[in-house]
Design a protein around this ligand. Structure first.
Ligand code: BTN
Length: 148
């Protein structure tokens, strides 16, 4: 009885409030995009938070590309398990930041796709240059090492 009580507690919590229990996210794993950039997303916690790394294939700086950390959040509300999410990449080799927002989909061929829109904020010398500091674009990611 003493040993089964915590198990029953976790089980009933998972049944009553599935959004509060840990689970494997569809976002976890390795992804590549239409520019040839690669990213890895780690486990997503019960609040939807995750961390990972990003290796961009392109850059807007003379500096040498380095793998950079990302942090993000997944929304668990979607009933088809096609969640929305957002993440920030804090570039290790430049003074820029990129935020991505998007949604996970499974297409008609069964392929997993992340459709995203991003904002790349560059650092400018002063406030007069602020108007030209932000670029916008889209990226489509596919899962790397997919067995489909
Ligand atoms: C920089 O140049 O300062 C950092 C690298 C920015 C790479 C951008 S982020 C949006 C777009 N998608 C990618 O995969 N890479 C570029």
């Amino acid at each position: 009885m003493v040993q089964t009580t915590p198990f029953l507690l976790v089980l009933s919590l998972a049944l009553v409030a599935p959004g509060l229990s840990a689970r494997k996210s569809v976002l976890t794993g390795c992804w590549t995009n239409d520019l040839g950039s690669n990213m890895t997303i780690g486990n997503v916690d019960e609040s939807g938070n995750f961390a990972g790394s990003y290796l961009t294939a392109v850059k807007n700086t003379p500096n040498k590309i380095q793998e950079s950390p990302l942090r993000g959040s997944q929304n668990y509300m979607n009933e088809n398990n096609e969640p929305t999410f957002g993440f920030t990449v804090n570039w290790s080799f430049s003074d820029s930041i990129t935020v991505f927002t998007g949604q996970y989909f499974v297409d008609d061929n069964g392929r997993e796709i992340l459709k995203t829109l991003w904002l790349l904020r560059s650092s400018v010398r002063n406030i007069k240059e602020d108007w030209k500091a932000t670029m916008v674009g889209t990226n489509t990611f596919q899962r790397l090492h997919s067995n489909k």
